[in-house]
Design a protein around this ligand. Sequence first.
Ligand SMILES: Cc1cc2nc3c(=O)[nH]c(=O)nc-3n(C[C@H](O)[C@H](O)[C@H](O)COP(=O)(O)OP(=O)(O)OC[C@H]3O[C@@H](n4cnc5c(N)ncnc54)[C@H](O)[C@@H]3O)c2cc1C
Length: 101
Amino acid sequence: MRSTECLRCRLEHGYPTPSLGRDAVLAEALPWLKERRIWSRGRFGSYKYEVANQDHSLMLGVECADNILFGTKEMTLQHPSIVNAGSNNELLYSKRGFVDA
Ligand SMILES: Cc1cc2nc3c(=O)[nH]c(=O)nc-3n(C[C@H](O)[C@H](O)[C@H](O)COP(=O)(O)OP(=O)(O)OC[C@H]3O[C@@H](n4cnc5c(N)ncnc54)[C@H](O)[C@@H]3O)c2cc1C
């Protein structure tokens, strides 16, 4: 088989690139936005590459909505090392946010 067509597409922003100063910037920027009622979340919204895959991004949205409605903790945003640590046997996700299993 031979290819007859080729589509090229350059995407300027594909990865929320980590940097040494990133955490300090986010620690200031995200609360500043939230004070103005902007929950900036998602792959680029929260700019944390370690929690920016599809599964993470979905949970960032779910936990963001719960935080707005019920004030529950946003585990994926605030604790990447816990949510990425492996299989979760300790916390369950419920209508009340994360609860002990
Ligand atoms: C090359 C590549 C490969 C990947 N492979 C995987 C993989 O194998 N597995 C995996 O789990 N994840 C993968 N990902 C990551 C996955 O694509 C993201 O985790 C997911 O798409 C993030 O979802 P999101 O809703 O946060 O952001 P996005 O999907 O980026 O959605 C943001 C949306 O907002 C829109 N937008 C931006 N600015 C504005 C504006 N000012 N006004 C209105 N709309 C705006 C954008 O057009 C876009 O539609 C990959 C990503 C890339 C780039």
